[in-house]
Design a protein around this ligand. Sequence first.
Ligand code: HMG
Ligand code: MG
Length: 299
Amino acid sequence: GLPARVTVYEVGARDGLQNEKATVPTAVKAQFIDRLAEAGATVVEATSFVHPKWVPQLADAEDLFTGLRRRDGVRYPVLVPNPRGYERALACGAREIAVFASATETFARRNLNTSVEGALAEIEAVVARARAAGLWVRGYVSMCFGDPWQGPVDPAAVAAVVERLLSAGCQEISLGDTIGTATPGHVRALIDTLGSRGVDPARLAVHFHDTYGQALANTLAALLAGITTVDASAGGLGGCPFAKSATGNLATEDLVWMLDGLGVYTGIDLPALVETSRWMAGHLGRPAPSRAVQALTKD
Ligand code: HMG
Ligand code: MG
């Protein structure tokens, strides 16, 4: 059956803004993050300590993160690609980090300029240090379903990377459908494969991009398979600049509309969130992709 409550892991300020052409002023990002928290998000991924030449949109990570208003009961994880990124995040006071690996070789090369194994080695070094320092660590696995260069991805390849991240000390693993090609049966099969290898669904999150309009259906399949943490992006912003054909994430508003309808608690105030995405769309110069935002916006 469905869970009584779902934790929404809000990625709009990171996955959303990393892929926008417009450079958003740091103060606007900070306000975006605070409005997301005010609307009820309890986990708001704030930014990335990646190389500023790779992702210029988030080159202000230090300024943003040190200036951020932190609300009680809200976690503000940041993306960290390697030891250098970890040091930058730690210096700014990060207490929650997210490392990221790939299930496929092509994407490891394009996204992290290394191999699957090379990325895991760097991650293991980071996670060991982070856990010793008392930080909370999430591990992302990208290309868990399909890869734009390699095609469908074998659940066994994903499971191998998930297991490495868990043994490294990651407390949560997010299964990324980076290019949005997953369908509900594939989602179920992957979560069941992981379960049969002893991975507790309570340790897993799902991260869907909505390229083929499957994100909500995939989310429902994941919830029915025991998942209770769902990544989503306010307004449906998002995408990875290094993943050919990636589009926006599952929109948080679309997710909350569905979960409200199902009676599953999220703690998120939908009208406040819609107003936040509408405001952000004004700064980005384009309407929010979210269907729920469009339906609920009257102007
Ligand atoms: P590289 O060029 O191989 O780095 O990039 P390097 O280790 O060879 O170092 C080269 C120079 O960069 C050195 O400086 C380093 O100090 C510096 P130099 O000695 O030449 O002066 N450097 C850094 N500077 C600042 N911050 C750092 C850093 N690291 C090295 N962290 C690197 C390797 C990992 C840095 C690069 O590939 C990178 O930044 N990649 C990030 C790509 C990215 O942000 N992708 C999007 C996020 S992932 C995603 O969206 C998927 C997800 O949403 C889930 C899903 O949808 O599947 C999470
Ligand atoms: Mg993503």
